[in-house]
Design a protein around this ligand. Structure first.
Ligand SMILES: [Zn+2]
Length: 108
């Protein structure tokens, strides 16, 4: 089953824009910018890695907004576990066709 990635996701009372990025904008597979309310995911990642990165960056916002203390290692484990459930066990594929690519760097 394919599910469209929305252009914005709601976490708490905050709406976060979702972008793809090219690998020239940072060394990371994904970024979460709380003040700018945006998530960026590397566009050239294979589908399951792109999906797990999207979950990973979303978990950073969930951790921050809901005041749940999660270390980077916890977020890595949770994003892989959720990725396995969604992408492998349930067969969900994410459709990124409506997500714009951002090529500029972002100031934190
Ligand atoms: Zn992280």
């Amino acid at each position: 089953m394919k599910i469209k990635v929305p252009k914005e996701i709601q976490i708490g009372c905050h709406s976060h824009k979702v972008f793809l990025k090219d690998n020239t904008t940072s060394d990371f597979d994904g970024d979460a910018y709380h003040r700018q309310e945006m998530i960026r995911v590397e566009e050239k990642l294979p589908p399951t890695q792109r999906g797990a990165t999207f979950l990973h960056e979303s978990l950073h916002f969930i951790s921050q907004i809901y005041s749940v203390t999660l270390a980077e290692r916890d977020i890595n484990s949770l994003s892989e576990g959720l990725g396995q459930l969604l992408f492998s066990d349930l067969g969900i594929e994410l459709d990124w066709s409506e997500i714009p690519t951002m090529t500029a760097t972002v100031k934190r």
